[in-house]
Design a protein around this ligand. Structure first.
Ligand SMILES: [Zn+2]
Length: 122
């Protein structure tokens, strides 16, 4: 028996109706946290709006402030607060199923969590 996503007819695991890709799409709405990864750094953001077609998701960079005292370390803790003035980036799903900032092929965007991280090695 073939198990197919009810949304896109892609493959799904047993007992699952929609694939991970479609599940993310269903959950996309203004206010949803997101993380923009560029190289080994991460920038927190929140969804502001979706295009009518749903193909473009606009995310706005959030404010973040480091609150640990670990200095030059990978062990970092941040306080993240939504911003009304941060830059807004259009995000799209590429054909490999990876969300990316338009015009920044090296970026990846993850939805559901807003995280900050600064690689101490660069
Ligand atoms: Zn699907």
């Amino acid at each position: 028996m073939f198990l197919l996503c009810t949304e896109c007819a892609g493959p799904v695991d047993e007992g699952v109706l929609v694939c991970g890709r479609c599940k993310v799409k269903e959950s996309l709405k203004p206010g949803l946290p997101a993380t923009i990864n560029i190289g080994s750094d991460s920038y927190p953001a929140f969804v502001t709006e979706l295009s009518k077609s749903g193909k473009t998701v606009y995310v706005r960079r959030a404010n973040y402030r480091r609150i640990d005292n670990n200095g030059f370390s990978e062990n970092q803790e941040y306080e993240i607060t939504p911003s009304d003035t941060g830059p807004v980036y259009p995000v799209y799903l590429n054909k490999n199923g990876v969300w990316k900032v338009k015009g920044m092929s090296a970026s990846t965007v993850v939805f559901g969590i807003a995280q900050a991280y600064q690689d101490p090695h660069f």
